[in-house]
Design a protein. Structure first.
Ligand SMILES: [Zn+2]
Length: 258
């Protein structure tokens, strides 16, 4: 049985650590010390590192981790290979629909290409009888989505549409704790959406108790995340947009100024 633990890093980041029987995988280790501390405290051996995109808060821990864990395999987006400095002896560049297996943890991941936040951004999906897990970096957040640093709104909308095809019970492991502020925006977009009201209350209670709001599920996101709700005709009408992509572009632009 695999466990997934959030390792808080920087101000609002989580480095996800998947572990089982003394072996561990980390996703987007922006801070090596945070990872090392957790591995040491829990007697875990790092066997693989998954990278979603090239931003510093997702990759800056690589050099230090690779010094310590020379046998760990690094997985990273092929399209961003020149932007990510690493010293891995074992590494694999990944593109859309690639499948990888990490034998030490008996876990497989399928790669989904999700340009938008960055052009080469990829997501990792683990799907089997036991789990549906999505590690989505800075593409999908709870009640929100990543900023468009490199890609277009059309690309991001298409990427989110792909992710939204996964099963409703998919657990969504986002990189950032932005849920509360995203939900406040969601409430501006849909003041009458009772699911948003309730989830905001739920998440505020979690935060007050010092707990995190992630992972979320696609089932929840389909109810509360305005960026996954652009297909809704009433919502398009409400904001005078003629189709889902126009509404997405409008909302993404509005969120930048929110
Ligand atoms: Zn980023």
């Amino acid at each position: 049985m695999h466990q997934v633990t959030a390792l808080p890093a920087f101000k609002y980041n989580y480095i996800w650590c998947i572990h089982s029987a003394g072996k561990a995988i980390v996703v987007d280790p922006g801070d090596a010390d945070v990872v090392q501390h957790y591995l040491q405290a829990n007697n875990l051996q790092l066997v693989a590192i998954l990278i979603t995109h090239h931003h510093w808060d997702h990759v800056d821990g690589l050099p230090q981790l690779q010094q310590q864990w020379q046998n760990a395999t690094l997985y990273l987006p092929a399209a961003e290979q020149h932007k990510i400095k690493h010293a891995a002896q074992n590494y694999q560049y990944l593109s859309a629909d690639d499948l990888i297996t990490i034998p030490d943890l008996a876990i497989n991941f399928r790669i989904i290409s999700t340009p938008g936040h960055t052009l080469g951004h990829i997501c990792y999906v683990a799907e089997d009888a036991e789990k549906n897990w999505l590690f989505c970096g800075d593409t999908l957040f709870s009640a929100g989505c990543g900023r468009l640093f490199e890609g277009s709104a059309a690309q991001m909308h298409q990427s989110l549409t792909l992710l939204n095809q996964l099963p409703a019970d998919t657990l969504v492991f986002c990189t950032h704790e932005y849920t509360i502020s995203n939900l406040k925006f969601a409430l501006e977009v849909e003041p009458d959406n009772q699911a948003v009201v309730e989830h905001l209350d739920f998440c505020q209670n979690l935060r007050q108790q010092g707990q995190i709001t992630l992972p979320t599920t696609l089932k929840i996101e389909r109810l509360i995340n305005p960026f996954l709700r652009c297909e809704q005709p009433q919502l398009q009408q409400q904001w005078q947009q003629t189709n889902a992509q126009n509404l997405f572009t409008f909302l993404r632009d509005w969120k930048n100024r929110f």
